[in-house]
Design a protein around this ligand. Structure first.
Ligand code: F6P
Length: 323
């Protein structure tokens, strides 16, 4: 393999830059030409490629976002869009791709490789949600959970000062990893995640018996994908039942997607980028690089995206005991 491309796709995540840098420098180290593609699959279709040198990725390891930009491409869902992408790749003689992204990225990669088997794609998991099977950790998650934790710490200060109950919504469309970890780390009173059904009656009882008697302020963490509808809906329901509570809602939103990646994030993202290039060199395709117990793993795309990842039930139990 002599020419490879790298892109980021889907929601950006801190650490993506470190991963791109590793892909570029590993490719160059092994004598390849490396192309960056701007805005993921959109760039493949629009022929938005740039040949990268080692210097192109200098001074990006510490930055959030992605210097290659990211997008979710509707056109890549069509046969015509994928045909254009193939034409642009083959015109340059590129036959290997490192795709950094989440489930949508890998689903698209699978469809593409079925149509064009002469192109090999290896993935690196890039999403703050940590919702891919086959890895303990996705690029962006460690930083996002720390960002959420720091923000919730701040909220706790003001909650205590005013004896208020806060409902804080964190990101996680289908997964409660950010909610669970940031909630435990901040000593939240309750944590609502999509993986378990929210028993509203239990929450009410807890708030009445526990929070009201023992505490003057409190924090309930709600993952955005929780079936309750989110922090606002849950807060309204509680407020209606207990008008005496002084309730506020904070939705952390995209603040969790940015920021400087943590140390471990940079190291892990670099390692996965390097391993992705090595995997391509060894003839692998259609797999996502992962890390399980600090060891590198290879998970087929359809397994990485389709298998449901359970939240750690013992952590949920811990919340009950410690709150
Ligand atoms: O998948 C990452 C994520 O941040 C989710 O947690 C969130 O639901 C979604 O992306 C938001 O996407 P967008 O930036 O397109 O609004």
């Amino acid at each position: 393999m002599k020419k490879i491309a790298v892109f980021t796709s889907g929601g950006d995540a801190p650490g993506m830059n470190a991963c791109i840098r590793a892909v570029v420098r590993t490719g160059l180290y092994f004598g390849m030409e490396v192309y960056g593609v701007y805005r993921g699959y959109e760039g493949l279709i629009k022929d938005d490629f740039e040949k990268l040198a080692s210097k192109s990725v200098s001074n990006i390891i510490q930055k959030g976002g992605t210097f290659l930009h990211s997008a979710r491409s509707e056109r890549f869902r069509t046969k015509e869009g994928r045909a254009l992408a193939y034409k642009n790749l083959t015109a340059r003689g590129i036959d290997g791709i490192v795709a950094i992204g989440g489930d949508g990225t890998f689903t698209g990669a699978n469809v593409f490789m079925n149509e064009y088997p002469d192109i090999s794609i290896v993935g690196c998991p890039g999403t703050i949600d940590n919702d891919l099977f086959g890895t303990d950790y996705t690029i962006g998650y460690l930083t996002a959970v720390n960002t959420a934790m720091n923000a919730i710490d701040n909220i706790k200060d003001t909650a205590g000062a005013h004896d208020r109950l806060f409902f804080v919504e964190v990101m996680g469309r289908d997964a409660g990893f950010i909610a669970l970890r940031s909630g435990i780390a901040t000593g939240a009173e309750a944590i609502m995640v999509p993986e378990t059904s929210t028993d509203k009656a239990v929450l009410m009882e807890f708030l009445e018996n526990n929070y009201q008697k023992k505490k003057s302020s409190g924090i309930v963490i709600v993952a955005e994908g929780d079936e309750s509808g989110g922090a606002k809906e849950l807060a309204e329901m509680v407020q209606e039942k207990y008008p005496k509570y002084d309730i506020r809602v904070t939705i952390l939103g995209h603040v969790q997607r940015g920021g400087r990646p943590t140390c471990l994030e940079r190291v892990n993202a670099s390692r996965m980028g390097l391993e992705a290039v090595k995997a391509l060199m060894n003839g692998q395709k259609g797999v996502m690089i992962g890390m399980v117990n600090a060891q590198i793993t290879y998970t087929p795309f359809n397994k990485a995206t389709k298998h449901h990842l359970d939240v750690n039930k013992s952590l949920l139990e811990m919340v009950e005991i410690l709150s």
